[in-house]
Design a protein around this ligand. Structure first.
Ligand code: GRG
Length: 306
């Protein structure tokens, strides 16, 4: 494994980014008792609060920090964008857990939303989180052209050419052999697109110029793919530790994974190569940019154990 550049301060930076995100989420969500749809609001809060690593929100804040602007409107905009990506992410997990998709009963250490409430309520809570996300972006106190760009960025990343499209390809791939290229396309859409959009949103809100956005996008694409490669590796490791088996949940369900296509060792090497690619992209940002949080997140995504 090559050098890890994470600074000791990264852990405390991540902790404060998470706290800031939790505050923003709680502020932007409807209150649990808000009538006339109190049960729906309760379900939305259950879906979003009380767990989650908040990687996507942290990427928004880290990209914003790397782009340098620290005014109050930018800080408020970053909070809104961080909440927006976490709302989209939470909705995707709620829908992914439904019986018609992955049919999972546990998420973030608790019963999934459809188990805790009911299936129709989970479907509607996921539905309601999507407009809530775009409403957050629309309220950002920054230049209207940047708001429009942010809305477009999140819409593209979460739609049929991004996350939802990736999910559709994933569902179609069960029991089929995918090539490595097909697997990569699916994951760049399903998981990578929202992680990539998180970085782009931080840059848009902070008003970054095009060359900086391009380097950040190279970084974001590398960590977006690395996230899924590592997820596949962790899936196998978790299952082997718990059950003494070598196949993870996806493999057991006959879904193609990086581990099933490449083997564990080559999947780990791929994740490491992507981590280095992400660090190299950050070097292109030049002197004087605050890149440590983004560098730390690249390390965190690849070296995490959950
Ligand atoms: C149902 C429209 C729709 C989309 C679902 C992203 C996705 C698309 C489904 C998630 C399925 C899944 C568990 C994929 C593995 C990678 C992944 C996105 C894991 C969950 O993200 P984390 O680890 O979750 O960031 P936390 O709980 O930390 O927020």
């Amino acid at each position: 494994m090559s050098t890890i550049t994470t600074l000791p301060q990264f852990a405390s930076w991540l902790e404060s980014a998470r706290r800031r995100c939790e505050d923003a989420l709680a502020r932007h969500l409807p209150k649990a008792e808000d009538v006339p749809a109190a049960r729906l609001h309760d379900a939305m809060r259950y879906a979003v609060l009380g767990g989650g690593k908040r990687v996507r929100a942290a990427l928004v804040y880290a990209a914003g920090a790397a782009c340098g602007s620290a005014t109050q409107p930018v800080a408020n905009g970053l909070d809104a964008a961080a909440a927006a990506v976490e709302f989209i992410h939470a909705y995707s997990l709620v829908h992914d857990d439904l019986p018609c998709m992955d049919d999972d009963v546990m998420r973030r250490g608790r019963p999934t939303l459809h188990v805790q409430f009911d299936e129709a309520c989970a479907l509607l809570a996921g539905d309601a989180l999507q407009p809530l996300a775009f409403g957050c972006l629309a309220q950002m106190p920054i230049a209207p052209a940047l708001v429009a760009q942010a809305v477009r960025t999140l819409a593209e990343a979460s739609g049929s050419l991004g996350m939802v499209g990736g999910q559709a390809i994933d569902l179609d791939s069960v029991g089929r052999r995918l090539s490595l290229d097909e697997l990569e396309t699916m994951h760049r859409m399903k998981t990578g697109a929202l992680l990539r959009a998180s970085v782009a949103l931080g840059a848009v809100v902070a008003g970054a110029a095009s060359p900086m956005r391009r380097s950040l996008d190279t970084y974001a694409q590398a960590i977006g793919l690395a996230f899924q490669v590592v997820d596949d590796v962790l899936d196998v490791s978790a299952d082997s530790a718990a059950l003494g088996k070598t196949a993870g949940k996806d493999a057991a369900e006959n879904k193609p994974t990086y581990v099933s296509l490449l083997g564990l060792e080559r999947a780990r090497e791929l994740a490491e190569a992507l981590r280095i690619e992400a660090h190299n992209a950050l070097r292109e940002l030049g002197e004087g940019q605050r890149i440590e949080p983004l560098a730390g997140l690249a390390d965190y995504i690849v070296l995490r154990d959950r």
